[in-house]
Design a protein around this ligand. Sequence first.
Ligand code: IPE
Ligand code: IPE
Ligand code: MG
Length: 267
Amino acid sequence: MKKLVQLAEPGSADESLARKLDSEVLPRHVAVIMDGNGRWAQERGRPRVEGHRAGVAAVRDTIEGAAELGLEVLTLYAFSVENWKRPRYEVWTLMNLLKEYLLKELSNLVENDIRLTVLGRWRELDPSVVSLIERAEQATRDCRGLRLNIALNYSGRMEIVDACRQIVADWAQGKGTDIDEETLGRYLYTSGLPDPDLLIRTSGEMRISNFLLWQISYSEICVIDTLWPDFRRGHLIQAILDFQTRNRRFGGLQSDSEDDVCDTRSV
Ligand code: IPE
Ligand code: IPE
Ligand code: MG
């Protein structure tokens, strides 16, 4: 967080926002449903793909901001399994933007100690995409700063199905374990990572769209009206400020409650 305050232009809106943050209660993991590219373009009378192109700057700025804030994990929802229902040219453009991003930004990621991993059935994508992902994951494997997850060809339900299949496959090989929440969590694409504390969705839509269904059970949700291409680190900071006003109870009472905890099934 200090880094963001230092790097922000003195007197800028980002600097004054960042100064309001409580560094003791930063979310460890922020997940973002990047939505509204099509509407952004339509508002300007331009084809939808222009919105996707403009969205790349928002991705770059958000990643930089998250790294400077010192967040542990940032997960960006880039392409859902359901997005294959879109026109061929739109999907082609999205895949090409991703390839361009991986080609252009890899050295920046390494320089900034950002480890990139891709969540979803990305191995089913075009071989040209798969090889760039493999290269980026490999090149950033030892980076210890921000962990950047990109959800690509991702579906929350499929993730749970994939986890169950892998558990069954392990059983067949005699590596069976009891199934409990902890075990299932270890078989998800996000294995080893904390669940998102904060889920942000841009463009005002109040839905989850099959994103991280298991992991967001107690995430704080922040929906903002800004369309994704207009999103910048200032919006990220604002969402975190909102997060810092929330009273997370996880089914219990306020964390500072002095009452005895029941903690038993019979009263
Ligand atoms: C989000 O913007 C990008 C992806 C889903 C890939 P949209 O393309 O969904 O934009 P809207 O929601 O139609 O405005
Ligand atoms: C969610 O946005 C998927 C991504 C951001 C990649 P969509 O635009 O696909 O979601 P719906 O269709 O509005 O639910
Ligand atoms: Mg959308």
